[in-house]
Design a protein around this ligand. Sequence first.
Ligand SMILES: NC(=O)c1ccc[n+]([C@@H]2O[C@H](COP(=O)([O-])OP(=O)(O)OC[C@H]3O[C@@H](n4cnc5c(N)ncnc54)[C@H](OP(=O)(O)O)[C@@H]3O)[C@@H](O)[C@H]2O)c1
Length: 238
Amino acid sequence: MPTLGIIGSGHLGAAVARLAVAAGIPVVMANSRGPESLAGLTAGLGPLATAGFTEEAARAGEFVVLAVPLTAVPALPAAALRGGTVLDACAYSPRRDGRITPLDTEELTTGELVQEHLPGARLVKAFSNVLAHHLPQLARPTGAPDRSALPVAGDHSDAKRAAAALIDRLGFDTVDAGPLSASWRFEPESAACTRLYAADPDVPRDRLREVPALPVPAEGLRAALTQARRVRVADRAH
Ligand SMILES: NC(=O)c1ccc[n+]([C@@H]2O[C@H](COP(=O)([O-])OP(=O)(O)OC[C@H]3O[C@@H](n4cnc5c(N)ncnc54)[C@H](OP(=O)(O)O)[C@@H]3O)[C@@H](O)[C@H]2O)c1
């Protein structure tokens, strides 16, 4: 298994990195402040983890996980990501990112917007619908009866297959949710997003992080994706 580059080493990037090193996959972590600022994180992750600049993480291997605020995407090293499979975990948060017109008008999904910024990358929307702290609670070995599934969406079938094989190693089944244009089905506040994996899905937003995860098998995720209704993005405040 080749090295996994991880751009964005906060809650989500670090959670994916922990799953990767546990599966024996080397990771190269990057953030906005440079590798020295990641020494504590990589030391905690163990010998399979190193830190680099964003460009180094982008060139580290066949797969790169993007776990940055959406506003950071336009400045990412697009040339270094060209030809690679990019697992895009970014979600649109108007409160954090400001209003982004093509998302508010639903002209584009978040995945399509990220793909526009990274031409030539084989983008697969993944990890964007699950809370970072739920990932370690839900990860299970292949074939476990209570294994959860995560959706993947993308316009490159071979990249989606490769991403699914990687995600399998990290502890999850996958459900193909279609092209990037269909990835609204698991964007924030949709039926197939974070609360789907929460033991108490009706908990108030400010207490969601206290709620333990509930496994969601592939058939449950498929049903949620099918039932999902498009969220009016312009009405979203968070
Ligand atoms: N956390 C979750 O549960 C969750 C779930 C689903 C989706 N997401 C999405 O995943 C993304 C990351 O969320 P998070 O919660 O992990 O955020 P976070 O904890 O704030 O971490 C963000 C990371 O991105 C890095 N970063 C920011 N600008 C960068 C740039 N220009 N180049 C390289 N790295 C940069 C930050 O580095 P510095 O600290 O050095 O600035 C930090 O390591 C967001 O789009 C979020 O919506 C998060």
